[in-house]
Structure formats: C-alpha cells, structure tokens
Design a protein around this ligand. Structure first.
Ligand SMILES: *Cc1c(COP(=O)(O)O)cnc(C)c1O
Length: 408
C-alpha cells in the first residue's frame, strides 16, 4: 500500500486564474461585441531575440553531426553558459563567483520549489505578503507551514508590503529560519534600495537566517541605485541563495532556462549545530534528480550575452517598460494610486473607494473591458489591490489606457 504525502491534501486549489477565466467567459457571452484587453497574465508576448534564434538553430545543426553531437551534458550546466553568466551578470557588478557556485536549470520556478529538498521540514518560513505563490505552496508540500487559519498558514510569518509601509517591508517580529525575498517584486512591481536590502542581509547575518532571493525581474531595473543581485551587498554570500531566470529577461518562458547561485561560503546547520555547505547538498540534489538543461536551450541562453543578443534583449525590455510608463502615467492621470512599473513590468493599483480586489476586477472588466489580476490572489495583504502587467502589445496598451482616461 502506497501511503501518500498527506501535506498535499492541505493545499488549497488555486482557483485564481480559473476564476478569472470564468468571469471573462461569462462576460464574453453577454457582451459578444466588446473587445477585451488582457493585462492580467505574467507571460511575455514578444518573440525571442534573433541572436538567440540563430544560436539555437546552429545548436540543432550541431546535433545533426557525429562530431558535434551532444548527449547528456553536465547536470550543473555547460561551462560556456556558466562562464557567460559569471562574467556578464556578476563580475560586471563587482561580484565574483566560481563556476561551481552556479547551477543552470530549466527555470526559476523549479529551483525555488525544489530548494526545500536540502532543508529540514521544521524550519520556519518568512514570506513577503503579497507573494509569488510557489514559495508558500512548495513549503506546504514538505510540511513546513502548519495549518491554514483565516487564509494564513500558522507556521508562516507573513511580512506585509502595503501602502501603509510604502511597500518597504519591516523585519519580522517572529523568528524565521528561511526568508523568501523577491525583488523587483512580483506582484507589486516595487524594489528595494541598496540600503534597504543591506538591512535584510545584516538581519540574516545576525540571526542565522537563510535568504532565498528571487531576482527573476532584475533585467527590468532602470535605476542605477537598485541592486540587481543580493551579492552586491557585503556578507550576502554567507546568507543567500539567488534565483535567476531567462524567462522574463529574454522571453524564455516557453524555452525554459534559469539558474541558481549557491555560494560556497553559505552554510546550513545540522541539528547538532555542525555547519554544512549548502552548495554540496544542492549539487548532490541536482546530480541525482536532474539531468541538465538541453544543449540547444543553453546555446540560446549563451547568445543572450553576445553583443547583438544584449542589444536585442534590451530593446524588448525597453518595449515592455515603455508600456509600463504609458500605463503608469495614464493610471495616475485617472487619480488612482499605483506602484511599480518603473523597475518592473508590473503595476500595482489601489482599488478606488475601498473596493475589494474582486469588485475592482469586475468593474474594470464590465466598464472598460480590461482584465487584471485581483491582488488578494497573491496573499491577504493584496486585498484592495489589482495587478496589471506591461507585457502586452503596444496598441492594446494604448487603447486600454485611452479607455481608462475616458472612464474616470
Ligand atoms: C516568472 C517568475 C519566475 C520565473 O520562472 P521560470 O520558471 O524561470 O519561468 C520566477 N519567480 C517569479 C517571482 C516570477 O514571477
């Protein structure tokens, strides 16, 4: 008899995107002539950079010859990609990593979800609220979150990010062993300055907290004072794992490639208090459960760092960030309060007149035919907010904003 992991039974079904789809479908039935503009989904829309396409074509041709055929690669990733990552994403910012500290993967979601494999089940967890749901749900699966009471897990410390603290989270009052930070933030689009991030690193150093730093949106940072990597902060290699992805950076959401940095200076502890390098454990976990990202994909990712690739990827990010700029101006022009959209492709809007997230969602859908994502879907502190994304088409973005301007 196979006994199941009963922690899975505690998981709430996430109805967020299916509830949205249901509402949109019933709107369509009653309003067949109205054109809906979707600004809810966190997926890119623009094609891959030509340099990436060319590199992937060439990699396919490599596989067609006996001389250049590639079978299993290193589980940790090919050195051509790891070297490009270290040189371009870190050394250029004064951060020096060894090749053995970078693990290429099929994306940041898998790594954020799998990292718990190397950590005990009874660590306490801290998350920003609202938050990317993977951090909490993956910990529910391994039994780290306690029981659900009024929409909150009893063993999770929620760190609110709201208008009241200007989206600058405060250090938690309760002890946490593992803390998830995501900057630039999904869903709020807000960022931390170097000084604010330093506060978190120092807190982690002083309290032996392990930080999981998700910087999937670092490529969207425009302000030179905002850190791209947590390792730009002194001491961070002793306390943090960093997750990166080519998904939002270079349109790889369908191709699948990301990487995780686990510094060799970073230790965890045995129950007996002995220090153990997390790098060794993650390497063991990956070599056992993962057989590497495809050669074709890694050649495509490498091309993101070529001179042409860099320019092309930047142009696409500028396209999305111009959308974000257009959106922010228009939304503010309507007298609504809005955050994000300056160093991230997300805009976080306060619902007018204290409407709930879902009421505001309905109003936008029925009155201006725009689909957003209700903020409450990302956590209790998201109630009263709504997320719009800047990943859309320019003409649709302009039309949506013209509708908003006429509306309010
Ligand atoms: C999109 C996203 C990722 C990237 O996930 P992939 O699996 O690499 O596509 C990671 N973290 C956050 C917060 C995201 O929004």
């Amino acid at each position: 008899m196979a006994l199941i992991n009963e922690h899975f039974l505690k998981l709430q079904n996430s109805y967020l995107f299916s509830d949205i789809a249901k509402k949109v479908n019933s709107f369509k039935v009653t309003h067949p002539k109205d054109k809906i503009i979707r600004m809810g989904i966190g997926d890119v829309t623009q094609p891959l950079a030509p340099a990436v396409i060319e590199a992937m074509h060439k990699a396919v041709d490599d596989l067609a010859t006996t001389d250049n055929f590639h079978g299993y690669g290193p589980e940790q990733g090919y050195s051509f990609l790891i070297d490009a990552i270290i040189k371009n994403d870190y050394a250029s910012r004064g951060v020096f990593l060894e090749p053995g500290e970078v693990f290429v993967s099929d994306g940041a979601k898998s790594d954020c979800g799998n990292i718990g494999d190397i950590l005990r089940h009874d660590n306490s967890i801290g998350v920003l609220d609202p938050v990317y749901p993977v951090y909490i749900d993956s910990n529910v699966m391994s039994g780290r979150t306690g029981v659900l009471e009024d929409g909150k897990w009893s063993d999770v410390v929620y760190i609110p990010c709201t208008e009241a603290n200007n989206f600058t989270p405060e250090l938690p009052a309760r002890r946490v062993d593992i803390l998830y930070l995501c900057y630039p933030n999904n869903p709020t689009g807000t960022t931390l300055t170097k000084d604010e991030l330093k506060k978190w690193v120092n807190y982690a150093l002083a309290n032996d907290v392990l930080i999981m730093y998700d910087s999937a949106y670092e490529a969207y940072i425009q302000d030179p004072n905002i850190p791209h990597s947590i390792y730009e902060i002194k001491g961070a290699k002793k306390v943090a794992i960093e997750f990166r992805s080519f998904s939002k950076t270079a349109g790889f959401t369908g191709v699948r490639c990301g990487y995780t940095v686990v510094p060799k200076e970073l230790n965890g502890f045995t129950l007996g208090g002995e220090r153990v390098q997390l790098n060794k454990l993650w390497n063991r976990r990956q070599t056992t459960k993962f057989n590497g990202t495809s050669y074709i994909t890694q050649r495509g990712a490498e091309a993101v760092y070529s001179p042409e690739g860099k320019e092309q990827v930047k142009a696409t990010i500028n396209y999305y960030m111009t959308n974000a700029h257009i959106m922010k101006e228009a939304i503010q022009g309507c007298g609504l309060k809005v955050w994000g959209g300056e160093n991230a492709p997300y805009l976080w809007i306060k619902a007018p007149k204290d409407l709930s997230s879902w009421k505001f969602f309905d109003k936008l859908l029925y009155e201006v035919n725009i689909v957003g994502t209700p903020g409450v879907g990302f956590g209790p502190s998201g109630e009263g907010y709504l997320r719009l994304t800047a990943f859309g088409d320019r003409d649709d973005t302009l039309e949506a904003m013209a509708r908003l301007k006429k509306w309010l």
